[in-house]
Design a protein around this ligand. Structure first.
Ligand code: GRF
Length: 226
C-alpha cells in the first residue's frame, strides 16, 4: 500500500529527486501521482518526466488571484487522487483554502532550523548571522510562511570560512535525507499532532531504542571538562 502524493516545485527539484530515488529504491512507500510547477521550465519537470511521472504547469500569471491559482492546483491534485502534498522548493505561499483541502497532509521542507530564518535565502541568512549550527526542517504547513508543527529537523555545522554555496550544499544534502523519512512516516500513518507538537508513533510495539533518536551536534566541539 503506497501513499499517493503530489510534489509541488518551482525550480531544480533535487528534493523531488530524493523522493523519487527513495521510492525507486523501495524505502519510501509512496507514489508520486503528479508533479506541479508554477514555473514553466523548472528543471524539476525534466526530472519527473525522466521517471515517467505526470507533470502539470500552472503559472500564477494566468490567474486573477492566489485563491484562483490555488483552486486550479487543488483541482489537479484531486483529479490525480492525491492524499498528501509535498512542497519541495515551491516558491508560493499557499492559501488557507489549500491547507484546508488537505488537512494535516501538506508538508514543506525549509533549509534552516525553524523557527530561525524563515523566508527566502535561509542558508544565507544563517551564514550572515554567523550561527555555528544550522540545518533543515520538515514541517506540516499551516497558514503562516515556513510555519507549522515540526516533523523532523537535522543539523549541520556552519564554519566562519563557509562560502554561502558551501553551506547551502551541506544543508541540501541533509534535506535529501530527512524529507523522504518524513514522507515515509506519513505513508505509514505514524504522525500525530497534539497541541502543536508532532509525535512519531513507534513502528514496533516495544519501546524504540532512543540512543540513536537524539543526535546532538555541537559546533565548535566541547572541550574536556564540559
Ligand atoms: C530547498 O532548499 C528547500 O528547502 C527550499 O527550496 C529548496 C529547493 O531545492 N524550500 P530543490 O528544488 O529541491 O533542489
Amino acid at each position: 500500500m503506497s501513499l499517493p502524493i503530489a510534489v509541488l516545485i518551482s525550480g531544480g527539484g533535487s528534493n523531488l529527486q530524493a523522493l523519487i530515488d527513495r521510492i525507486e529504491q523501495g524505502s519510501l512507500q509512496a507514489s508520486i501521482q503528479v508533479v506541479v510547477s508554477n514555473v514553466p521550465r523548472a528543471k524539476g519537470l525534466e526530472r519527473a518526466e525522466k521517471h515517467g511521472i505526470a507533470c502539470r504547469v500552472v503559472p500564477q500569471a494566468e490567474y486573477s488571484s492566489r485563491q484562483a491559482h490555488d483552486r486550479a492546483v487543488i483541482a489537479i491534485l484531486h483529479s490525480f487522487g492525491v492524499q498528501a502534498v509535498c512542497l519541495a522548493g515551491y516558491m508560493r505561499l499557499i492559501s488557507p483554502e489549500f491547507v484546508q483541502a488537505f488537512p494535516n497532509r501538506v508538508l514543506n521542507i525549509h533549509p534552516s532550523l525553524l523557527p530561525s530564518f524563515p523566508g527566502l535565502h535561509a542558508q544565507n541568512q544563517a551564514v550572515d548571522y554567523g550561527v555555528r549550527v544550522s540545518g533543515a526542517t520538515v514541517h506540516f504547513v499551516d497558514q503562516e510562511l515556513d510555519h507549522g508543527p515540526i516533523i523532523i529537523q537535522g543539523s549541520v555545522p556552519l564554519y566562519p570560512e563557509d562560502a554561502e554555496e558551501e553551506a547551502a550544499r551541506r544543508i541540501l544534502a541533509l534535506e535529501h535525507r530527512i524529507y523522504p523519512q518524513a514522507v515515509q512516516w506519513m505513508a505509514e500513518d505514524r504522525l500525530r499532532i497534539a497541541q502543536g507538537r508532532v509525535h512519531v508513533l513507534s513502528s514496533h510495539s516495544e519501546p524504540a531504542d532512543t540512543s540513536s533518536v537524539f543526535p546532538c551536534l555541537i559546533n565548535p566541539g566541547l572541550e574536556l571538562g564540559f
